[in-house]
Write a protein that binds this ligand. Sequence first.
Ligand code: C2E
Ligand code: CA
Ligand code: CA
Ligand code: CA
Length: 275
Amino acid sequence: AKKQGKNRFYWFEPQMENELRFRNELEAGIRRGIAAGEFRPYYEQQIDIETGELVGFEMLARWESPEMGVVGPDIFIPIAEEIGVISEMSEALIAQAFEDAKQWDSDLSLSVNISPIQMRDPWFAQKLLKLLVRHNFPANRLDIEITESCLHENVGMVRTMISSLRNQGVRVSLDDFGTGYSSLSQLRSLPFDRLKIDRAFIAELKQEEHGAKLVDAILTMSDGLNLPVTAEGIENELVLETLKRMGKMKGQGYHYGRPEPAELVLERLARQNLL
Ligand code: C2E
Ligand code: CA
Ligand code: CA
Ligand code: CA
């Protein structure tokens, strides 16, 4: 009977066992990394595509892991969300970003990504406003980016949160626009300041005709909603020129530069007289 029981529960393939072990190590590494300050803000330039002028930076988290090197957020953010450490991690990153951005020209904005999990916390807005005060960072330089998946949760609460942040001067952008399922009426009823067109759509511009129609449709919609847009994932001159012809907007992407750590941002700003 014992043997039978053992057989019954021995269902892990060796590969699954390895994956499980890797996953456990990742989790432990993330917890250790938070304590050790291994999560660092990197920054991607945001540009007025018409003038080419630098208008701000989006903070993108990186894990500088002693074992694995620089790890991207697509790996660790979902795990941090699952194991309940996303708010703690994000607060530390945003605090660091405030300190970094205080050294930049005061006309430059700072965008940060907020997880839907963080938006579930009814005290999120208050916490963020307190963080601004503690670091003496002007609310009107901050732009938070939230995704459409926040809107499935508790639209009433999200609306209240957005309003209290905007009342203090924080701007709120809808990130990854076009990839989710938010209805037009929902969009109209929520007080966003800006739409960020997901890079999946911008990438389509490389295949011209069809891609341009999609982006055009999105621009028509944002126009109707009276919302300015940011195009993310501009990878080359051709895409940039196509977008320039389509309208006024902000842009970001590898064409302008890869996300870089604070030290390199400072060097960049020194060259451009923006410190
Ligand atoms: P996102 O907000 O859509 O950020 C844009 C992603 O596209 C970034 O990936 C950026 O490095 C990448 N990217 C920028 N330009 C180009 C381009 O021209 N071509 C291509 N192929 N990619 C480009 P990254 O840094 O790996 O971030 C992935 C996602 O992780 C972000 O997507 C964001 O949703 C999330 N994320 C990053 N930092 C944080 C954070 O601190 N908190 C939370 N909750 N999420 C974060
Ligand atoms: Ca200035
Ligand atoms: Ca974003
Ligand atoms: Ca995106």
